[in-house]
Design a protein around this ligand. Structure first.
Ligand code: NAD
Length: 259
């Protein structure tokens, strides 16, 4: 099936690894011209090499407003007007609710919420002018089922569901859709980082923590990043033109309830 994405300019934030990387790679396979970003230049260059020759990479901290402005301006200059923005991020600090510091809450706020508000604000004019656009926010299943290990993520990402609706309503008349994808447990560096925390809490190895996590999933396994990316790419497609304001769980049935 042709997803109607050939030649579109797509920015994928926080994309040297994990779900962001898988998304950028799949959008490139659909013919998009890709702009990726992350903080580490070496990892970024390696990622760009895997995604495709024409991929542009930029050293950016998504929590930094000046970096975001520079990334959007530079992408426009290098690739042309922006059609698609995937607002991925690295995931806010984890930890028990009463141990999280004010600094960590502030860090989470800048890197998990303000990054989304800023990226939409900075890039929407191109999509309004062309009467076509796609925003996809990658958040988390904890938006619908809070996790004791992830209070910052849980709190802010429930808010992003509301933000997604507000942005979708505002931009609908321009042919721009705004959706969120809420991944379930996915095998990435973030997952091994969280497994390390659980391992030290429970006095088990990282391997055992990962095994228990996978075993507790309804499908008996965690997601592959490509399975999350496939949902993001569909929401970017021409065929998804009437899907907007949605917060889509991609969690292999892990979240119980009708959220
Ligand atoms: P990951 O750690 O595998 O990859 C994160 C990517 O973001 C890397 O490329 C990293 O370099 C980049 N990055 C991190 N902080 C950055 C910053 N401040 N500025 C720019 N780039 C930055 O993570 P992942 O598992 O792919 O997670 C992606 C998102 O999905 C996160 O927001 C995470 O909370 C969410 N999520 C992940 C899972 C999971 O199980 N992996 C589950 C639910 C939600």
């Amino acid at each position: 099936m042709d997803l109607g994405l050939h030649g579109k300019v797509a920015m994928v934030a926080a994309s040297s690894k994990g779900i962001g990387f898988a998304t950028a790679k799949m959008l490139a396979q659909e013919g998009c011209r890709i702009s990726i970003c992350a903080r580490n230049e070496e990892a970024l260059e390696a990622a760009a090499g895997h995604i495709g020759e024409e991929t542009r990479s930029y050293v950016v901290d998504v929590a930094n407003p000046d970096d975001l402005r520079w990334w959007v301006d530079q992408t426009r200059e290098d690739l042309g007007p922006i059609d698609i923005v995937v607002t991925n991020t690295g995931g806010p600090p984890a930890g028990a609710l009463d141990q999280i510091t004010d600094e960590q809450w502030a860090q989470g706020f800048e890197g998990t919420l303000m990054n989304i508000i800023r990226l939409v604000r900075l890039s929407q004019a191109d999509m309004i002018a062309s009467k076509w656009g796609r925003f996809v926010h990658i958040t988390s299943l904890v938006a619908k089922e809070p996790s004791a290990l992830l209070p910052i993520s849980s709190t802010l990402r429930t808010g992003v569901m509301s933000l997604t609706k507000l942005q979708a309503l505002k931009l609908a008349k321009y042919g721009i859709t705004v959706n969120s994808v809420l991944p379930g447990h996915t095998m990435t560096d973030r997952q091994t980082h969280l497994a390390d925390i659980r391992a030290s809490q429970q006095g088990i190895s990282q391997e055992e923590a990962l095994r228990r996590q996978a075993e507790s999933m309804p499908m008996g396994r965690m997601a592959d990043p490509d399975e999350i990316a496939a949902a993001v790419v569909f929401l970017c497609s021409a065929q998804a033109s009437y899907v907007s304001g949605v917060s889509l769980l991609v969690d292999g049935a892990a979240t119980v309830g009708f959220g």
